[in-house]
Design a protein around this ligand. Sequence first.
Ligand code: IPE
Ligand code: IPE
Ligand code: MG
Length: 239
Amino acid sequence: MGNPGSSPSVPRHVAIIMDGNGRWAKQHHLPRLSGHEAGRKSVKQVVQAAIDHGVKYLTLYAFSVENWQRPREEVQGLMGLLRGVIREELSEMGKEGIRLRTIGRRQDLPSAVREELEAAIEKTKNNTRLDLILALSYGSRVEITEAVQSIAREVKDGGLDPEKINEKTVSAHLYTHDIPDPDLLIRTSGEMRVSNFLLWQISYAEIHVTPVLWPDFGKKEFSEALADFARRERRFGGL
Ligand code: IPE
Ligand code: IPE
Ligand code: MG
């Protein structure tokens, strides 16, 4: 789904590349996993801040398809952390009206994590205050590749005329088919790259990069990013 050409001052959809947990841990002479654990309170603060500001969709890049290449210990630690967070935050999500969703290759996740997630997704599916979308085993190129495969299948099966394929067709085959494009993309820890995140969907997103490491990012930093967004003039190619 694309966004209309207006420029409301509060972004409807904020997407965040939560980066810098490892560097934070190093700064504090702690193991990398402690950095990921410390990032948990940032997630809580940012979710609350998003609700307070009236943001409707918040997408958090929590684990990329490339992150499977990390040492086994770190991957297992992250998966355990994820499972714990989902379990422990479920009742809070209910109270706050949060609808939990995921994008990415859910089939890659360990079954214990997947079951925890699927139960939480089911339990929160009627909540309407904030859609909290976790990008898990997510990669934009694999997402686009899977979309191409599924479009090709529809053509082959005779249902779809290749001449009728347009941008809407592509969008409709992505994991994000029913989620509006992000208006604001935040990346913490200063890296000026997108790391295979929502490549199609961020075509016209405003980008805010902060040097703050993810575990140090909280409500104040989120509000600053929103204030930065409100000062931008979005043109979408027009004048
Ligand atoms: C981001 O922090 C969290 C994940 C990618 C899971 P990093 O673990 O990438 O932290 P740095 O980049 O090493 O500091
Ligand atoms: C991007 O961070 C992925 C997540 C935040 C989950 P990375 O730390 O994996 O990205 P690179 O390696 O710096 O590009
Ligand atoms: Mg990183």
